[in-house]
Write a protein that binds this ligand. Structure first.
Ligand code: BGC
Length: 813
């Protein structure tokens, strides 16, 4: 072996490059990708048996890429700036070279240049797990992936360590199925409860969204595969998503809609960012240089590539085939890759390259970034994937993660955990029998199975009423088949419809109240990409659901028995009108494929609930600050939407304007109780950094974890500001009864600052700041005060997001 290395090194030394033996050895070791061809160690990408400079893995990647680009024709360059893939769309729009590729069901592939040996790397969705085709033609094997809990459910755990472990498991499936980049996580702000994709997103608050996203990216990328944080930025509605023009001030952009992305970029360096479909102040996000270059790269230090969302930058699918106008602006702005490319785009790129409208510098810059991505992919590193990820192990990961994200909204007289076994539980509601693992669209996963609620309870040793099961099962099967059929007819992005409730007679329900020990009633909701939810029959319960709750609670309460509601939903619904009628409410979210088992773990007390809301549940939809301008104008076919609520989204609005919610941001119950004590600040004067410590003690009878939030109230002489904002959070370890943990939460200068447009700077005002430590945003346990002696300009930035029409933002005073 030694001899061989020496000989090879000698050959290399006689070549143009002079390298020491030890640096060569470490290069070989570090890359592990070398081949021996004619005694030379290198990657023979183009297969010509000779060492081309770009194949020499001992050289810095940047030098290799310069050489490679110099060998590319204009035609190849234009093709490489676009992706391909997404078969099925080629009928609708002629995608360049739409092929199924190595991994059927993946969303896209980068362009492959065989002549030079540049491989096409595979990009696949999505946020709740890898989305590929589970069954392949002429192949007996299956390719199912794990359906993890949806984004909202994961974020509700407030546990970044847990999320990182979910990311690790998810990324392992990505790698073992031969995919290079996962098109996830999605972290847009949940501006309004009706957004059809809220389930994919994390929160109404950018701190939690950014921290969860960073943990997810770190977990996924630890496998050596990439991520694409999306959709950058302000992709907050599905209605007319390809063309909606959003009018948003720079301050609101920076404090709310960009903040989470900023955290994720700085704390996890995602390999890619996906620009969004929408326009901001008159320009597509994919063509905004301020967003994609000045902010993302220059201010935040992003090093990867930006790709468009699929066909992003066009006014609508109908104009896709002809829509070329934006190409140069997109590439110039720093949107490196157009996914998936269209012939018209390629033509425009080639013409613009020829005319000089698109500069060589921009083309080469974007290509360099794309090639850097390609070269670090598992494909380029010749990773031998197995197509056999450990689905069993990952089922355990999703089961635990789902349980930790569940939120106990109500638990009168400690009804839960429910430990009575051997007596029938009457399970009502179609969703009890057809549990919803996750939403639809690109955020959906093709999992092998979903554990229903009743199966989960049965697995845990409970007995469910068999007569109800016999009635519900065929009804659900029939309704579900009809729903799927209708969805198929309505096309690729058709939205799911709620299954109607089985009508049960009062006599039957009375009979069940007499014969069973407890009622469980599941309310289910599903939604997805391509459309938003409605207030009627979706945010608000439908008449058949209200009637079921009324009948079941009246009958069971008349017999002295209790009713537990399970909310198997992906987004916020109305709870205020009916929550008093039932005894316990468990928000299970859409908890992934092990859902029924995860609910049973909470129900039985095997797991003590510790999830908390990452968004506000309003009393009524109309209380939502963005309700007034939701979807935009004209109402029949919205073109423009003004974010007039400004930074007052979610709890920032409810708590500042003192609007009482049904359940506030941060709310969530436990089977135990916690005491907060000894809040101490490291100093009462802010001097570059400040930390707050607080001790949390489990004062109840069972082990549990507590989520602790630090809400900061800042002086607001110069700028209008929310009453308080979440600036740090932590989750305790599993504390045994009587056990304590001291949590340490830190504040940096930027945490004190708000964005002052007039100065293009983050400015912390002088004065007194209040630290409020809360179990929720309204349940404040301890407060302390510190001061900032002098106004501080924390960070000066590029002026961005010039308005094209006035936005009169809501003010607190
Ligand atoms: C979605 C993205 C997704 C892409 C590829 C788009 O329609 O908005 O989130 O990653 O398709 O499937």
């Amino acid at each position: 072996m030694k001899k061989h290395i020496k000989k090879t090194a000698a050959v290399l030394l006689s070549g143009a490059m002079v390298l020491s033996l030890s640096s060569w050895k470490s290069a070989v070791k570090a890359t592990g990708q070398n081949l021996v061809v004619d005694g030379l160690q290198f990657i023979d990408l183009n297969g010509n048996g000779k060492l081309d400079k770009y194949e020499d893995t001992r050289l810095p990647l940047a030098d290799r890429i310069v050489d490679l680009i110099s060998k590319m024709t204009d035609e190849e360059k234009a093709s490489m700036l676009m992706g391909t893939g997404m078969p099925g769309f080629d009928g609708l729009t002629p995608v360049v070279g739409a092929v199924e590729g190595r991994v059927p069901g993946a969303a896209g592939i980068t362009y492959q240049v065989d002549r030079l040996g540049i491989p096409g790397i595979i990009l696949a969705d999505g946020p709740a797990g890898l989305r590929i085709k589970p069954i392949r033609d002429n192949d007996k094997r299956t390719y199912y992936c794990t359906a993890f809990p949806v984004g909202t459910a994961l974020a509700s755990s407030w546990n970044t360590e847990l999320i990182e472990s979910v990311g690790k498991a998810m990324g392992n499936e990505v790698k073992e199925y031969g995919v290079d980049v996962l098109l996830a996580p999605a972290l847009n702000i949940q501006r309004n409860p009706l957004c059809g994709r809220n389930f994919e997103y994390y929160s109404e608050d950018p701190l939690i969204a950014g921290k969860i996203a960073a943990a997810m990216v770190n977990g996924i990328q630890s496998n050596g595969v990439g991520t694409s944080i999306k959709h950058f930025a302000a992709n907050n509605q599905e209605t007319n998503r390809l063309s909606i023009n959003e009018h948003i001030t720079e301050r609101t952009m920076r404090e709310l809609y960009l903040k989470g992305f900023e955290i994720a970029v700085k704390e996890s360096q995602p390999w890619t960012v996906m620009s969004s479909y929408n326009l901001i102040n008159g320009t597509y996000t994919s063509a905004r240089k301020d967003l994609l270059t000045d902010i993302l790269r220059d201010e935040w230090g992003f090093k990867g590539i930006v790709m468009t969302d699929w066909f992003g930058g066009y006014a609508g699918f109908n104009s896709l085939a002809n829509g070329t106008s934006n190409v140069v602006e997109q590439l110039d702005a720093g949107n490196d890759l157009l996914m998936p490319g269209l012939p018209a785009q390629k033509k425009a790129i080639l013409e613009s390259m020829k005319s000089g409208k698109l500069s060589k510098a921009v083309v080469d810059r974007n290509l360099t970034r794309i090639l850097e991505l390609v070269f670090k992919s598992p494909l380029a590193l010749k990773y031998k994937y197995t197509d056999q990820p450990d689905l069993k192990r990952n089922a355990a990961v999703t089961r635990a993660a789902a349980a930790e994200g569940m939120v106990l909204l109500k638990n009168s007289n400690n009804l839960l955990p429910y430990t009575v076994k051997g007596k029938d539980i009457a399970a009502f509601g179609v969703t009890s029998y057809d549990f919803i693992a996750g939403g639809t669209g690109s955020g959906d996963v093709n999992e092998a199975y979903t554990v229903s609620l009743i199966d989960g309870l049965t697995n845990a040793g409970y007995t469910v009423d068999q007569e109800l099961k016999t009635m519900y099962t065929p009804f659900v099967a029939k309704e579900k088949a009809a729903e799927l059929e209708s969805r198929k007819k309505r096309g690729i992005l058709a939205l799911p419809e709620r299954l109607p409730e089985l009508e049960l007679s009062k006599e039957l329900i009375d009979q069940k109240a007499a014969s069973s020990a407890l009622a469980i009633l599941t309310v289910g909701r599903n939604s997805g990409e391509g459309g938003d939810r409605n207030v009627a029959n979706d945010f608000n319960l439908a008449a058949d659901e209200v009637s079921l709750i009324d009948k079941v609670s009246a009958a069971f309460h008349a017999k002295g028995k209790k009713v537990v509601v399970i909310l198997n939903i992906g987004g916020v619904i109305e709870t205020a009108s009916w929550k008093d009628k039932v005894d316990a409410i468990l928000l299970s979210w859409q908890p992934g494929q092990e859902g029924g088992n995860s609910v049973a773990d909470i129900f039985s007390g095997k797991v003590n609930p510790s999830g908390k809301l990452t968004m506000t549940f309003p009393v009524k939809y109309e209380d939502t600050p963005s309700a007034k301008n939701w979807l935009g104008t004209p109402a029949a076919n919205p073109e423009n939407v003004t974010y007039a609520e400004g930074v007052y989204v979610g709890y920032r609005y409810f708590n500042t304007f003192k609007v009482k919610p049904s359940y506030e941001f941060g709310f969530g119950g436990s089977y135990t109780s916690f005491a907060y004590s000894d809040l101490k600040l490291s100093s009462t004067v802010f001097n570059g950094k400040l930390s707050a410590t607080v001790t949390i003690k489990n004062t109840g009878k069972v082990a549990g974890k507590e989520v602790v939030g630090l809400y900061l109230s800042a002086p607001h002489e110069k700028l209008d500001k929310p009453a308080s904002e979440l600036k740090a959070f932590a989750k305790t370890k599993l504390l045994k009864p009587g056990e304590s943990e001291t949590i340490n939460l830190t504040l940096s200068p930027k945490d004190l600052a708000s964005f002052m447009e007039s100065r293009s700077a983050w400015v912390a005002e002088a004065g007194s700041y209040t630290v409020a430590i809360g179990a929720s945003s309204l349940d404040i346990k301890k407060t302390a005060v510190f001061s900032l002696a002098k106004e501080t300009e924390v960070e000066k930035v590029h002026k961005s997001f010039a308005l094209t029409s006035p936005v009169n933002e809501l003010k607190a005073k």
